[in-house]
Design a protein around this ligand. Structure first.
Ligand code: ACK
Length: 618
């Protein structure tokens, strides 16, 4: 059976109920398919819609929980220039089943023939319950079965007419709790609502090839966009669906439905500007970042409880928190004894307000209140890359395709910092523990406390306070305090070699040439670069890609900054077959940095791979 459209003839195939059981002439209940690029089934009484199925989400219809588990039915959506329809067939051909539109029960019923009793039995029925009534809770409302009243406003929204709402007249729906200005940083954001039937798709748009991040950006760019979601939820989700204007007919689907990201005003945020006391308007706009209230962050992190602690950095602890709308965040708490002083904190706040890239950890806001200085980041479910990379059992979870994606992602993030962002940023502390992984193992560069902004054409700077991490520091930076995009390229090269080998540069056994870089160089010179590749990858890796990565890594760690490629050519080389120059002798003598330098530091040093700070000799 086909339900849909013959586009050539303009025919609509739909079901119409009989007038009554004795009269087969057309009644006024119909079931048809909406012809949009996010199709769904709808039911009408005359010209009034009273039900929708929700769009196809790759597994089932968003609003019919049983479809995915209805293993006896195969659904197909056919869409081409001639036809557009939904069809289904029974997997077990021995069963006899039929679908009817029932005028008396306002329902679409599926009936199955019971051989024993020789009768038709109803196997499923739509609408199923109160919340299946089309748009029962109005715009931005959500229907929750089992709650009284069943209609609620989505978090971040309030009843348009409080009086009507308390009288259970919900059709006017809800409006934003507070005004928000489109794309004004801090005035709007997205909150995740899980297990929902997504809104009416009439005013929506779909692109099956976009990632969720691209989808979010697409929505963000358009001021009429009110929500986005994956268009397909199979295998962790893919594709993009975005909605415009009012969101209608959302319901909670316990143990079913999908994640929907709704745009709303961030209630607990205000704008802070001019954190460095600047009063020039354009500069203020550059540096604005949502300001969170200390009480709400304390609440979100269970009062900074130990159970919520994700780990400890050189600057202080990081906690997991859950904001009132259910959004997960990571909260970096600058401790009083932190090496990241107020200056670095402000630096990070300012840079993060400006930077937006899918391979950079997003800072959602900050809090400077009482004696607390907090930075609130998007939560990265898989924590840092070093947790996986340098652990023999966790390392196995990083197969070659994942590693290659991570390498490419870090390269793109760094390219953005160096070249594509409005500011030219030198990170100065790129390392495995500063690369965080989201739930899909996408890498995001974090920790901009030490990053430096270079104006206009400036491509390098000099400092008497060398900060960074042993094993990742370029020689000209470690010895002379000269930092540049090429010192970041050096750190990237070390990281690249670590990802391919699964070994830490600093901890590498100093038998040959002292460290991992020397080891890679020697094996390549001897024509045995394959021996450098992480043995836990077994035969799963793409030899060509892995060898190319070693080659690029060695180009990045060359002694002279001018010999190192820039990140634009690294990105191109990673994805192209272009011939690569031969690398020159690398800088692998970093372990030789004189220890007196360490003692001349005005801050404490650590023997592990925590960021260090020291005075550089001139
Ligand atoms: O390696 P980890 O488990 O991941 O331990 C460190 C710790 O906090 C100190 O930096 C973790 N961490 C930092 N930022 C985030 C974040 N945005 N999401 C999740 N974990 C984070 C990091």
């Amino acid at each position: 059976m086909k339900l849909g459209w013959d586009l050539k003839k303009g025919l609509n195939w739909f079901l119409t109920a009989w007038k009554n059981w004795d009269d087969p002439s057309p009644g006024d209940f119909t079931r048809s398919t909406l012809h949009t690029n996010n199709p769904e089934e709808v039911m009408w009484k005359g010209t009034t819609q009273y039900y929708r199925s929700g769009p196809w989400d790759g597994i089932g219809f968003s609003g019919i929980p049983s479809v995915s588990s209805d293993s006896n039915t195969n659904y197909t959506i056919v869409s081409n220039k001639d036809e557009f329809y939904i069809t289904y067939s029974l997997i077990d051909k021995s069963l006899i089943s039929r679908v009817v539109m029932n005028q008396t029960r306002y329902a679409r019923q599926r009936l199955a023939w019971n051989i024993d009793s020789q009768t038709w039995r109803v196997s499923s029925e739509l609408p199923t319950d109160f919340c299946d009534q089309y748009n029962i809770c109005g715009a931005f409302g959500i229907c929750v079965i089992g709650q009284a009243p069943a209609c609620k406003c989505l978090d971040g929204f309030k009843p348009k007419s409080p009086r009507n709402w308390t009288q259970m007249s919900w059709n006017q729906g809800c409006v934003h709790n507070q005004t928000w200005s489109c794309r004004k940083k801090g005035r709007d954001g997205f909150n995740k609502f899980s297990n929902v039937k997504v809104p009416d798709t009439r005013r929506s748009w779909v692109n099956a090839n976009m990632t969720l991040d691209e989808c979010k950006n697409k929505c963000w760019e358009n001021c009429s966009c009110t929500a986005y979601a994956n268009s397909d939820i199979k295998g962790g989700g893919s594709g993009c669906a975005i909605w415009f204007s009012d969101l209608l007919d959302i319901r909670l689907m316990p143990n079913a439905g999908q994640d929907l990201y709704i745009r709303l005003a961030m209630s607990e945020t205000e704008i802070i500007t001019g954190i460095e006391g600047k009063n020039n308007k354009s500069q203020q706009e550059d540096f604005e970042l949502p300001l969170f209230d200390l009480a709400s962050i304390a609440h979100a992190t269970n009062n900074f409880s130990n159970d919520n602690k994700l780990g400890e950095g050189g600057f202080g602890p990081v906690y997991k928190g859950i904001l009132p709308y259910g959004q997960e965040v990571a909260v970096k708490r600058l401790s009083e004894t932190s090496r990241q002083g107020l200056k670095e904190f402000k630096n990070e706040v300012m840079l993060c307000a400006e930077l937006q890239h899918r391979n950079l950890v997003k800072v959602l806001g900050c809090c400077i209140q009482d004696d607390e200085k907090l930075l609130i980041y998007e939560y990265m479910a898989n924590k840092s890359l070093d947790v996986f990379l340098f652990d023999s059992s966790q390392g196995k979870l990083l197969d070659w395709p994942k590693r290659f994606c991570i390498i490419n992602g870090i390269a793109r993030g760094l390219l953005y910092l160096h070249q594509d962002s409005r500011l030219r940023i030198i990170h100065r502390d790129l390392k495995a523990s500063n690369v965080l992984l989201d739930n899909e193992m996408n890498p995001k560069i974090s920790d901009f406390g030490l990053a430096r902004m270079c104006g206009g054409d400036q491509i390098e700077g000099k400092t008497s306070r060398v900060v960074g991490t042993y094993g990742y520091m370029a020689p000209e930076y470690a010895f002379d305090g000269i930092f540049s995009i090429k010192s970041d390229v050096f750190s990237f090269g070390v990281l690249l070699l670590e990802i391919v080998s699964g070994k830490k540069n600093r901890l590498f056994s100093p038998n040959d040439y002292n460290n991992l870089i020397g080891h890679a160089w020697r094996l390549s010179k001897e024509g045995k670069p394959m021996q450098f590749i992480d043995t836990s990858l077994k035969d799963s890796y793409n030899l060509h890609e892995a060898l190319r990565c070693i080659h690029i890594g060695l180009l990045c760690v060359q002694h002279h900054p001018n010999d190192r490629p820039n990140m634009a050519s690294v990105v191109v080389s990673l994805s192209n077959e272009n011939a690569l120059p031969l690398p020159k002798n690398p800088s692998y003598q970093l372990n030789d940095i004189p220890t007196e330098r360490e003692s001349s530091s005005n801050t404490s040093l650590s023997v592990n791979d925590v960021t260090t700070s020291m005075l550089s000799g001139r």
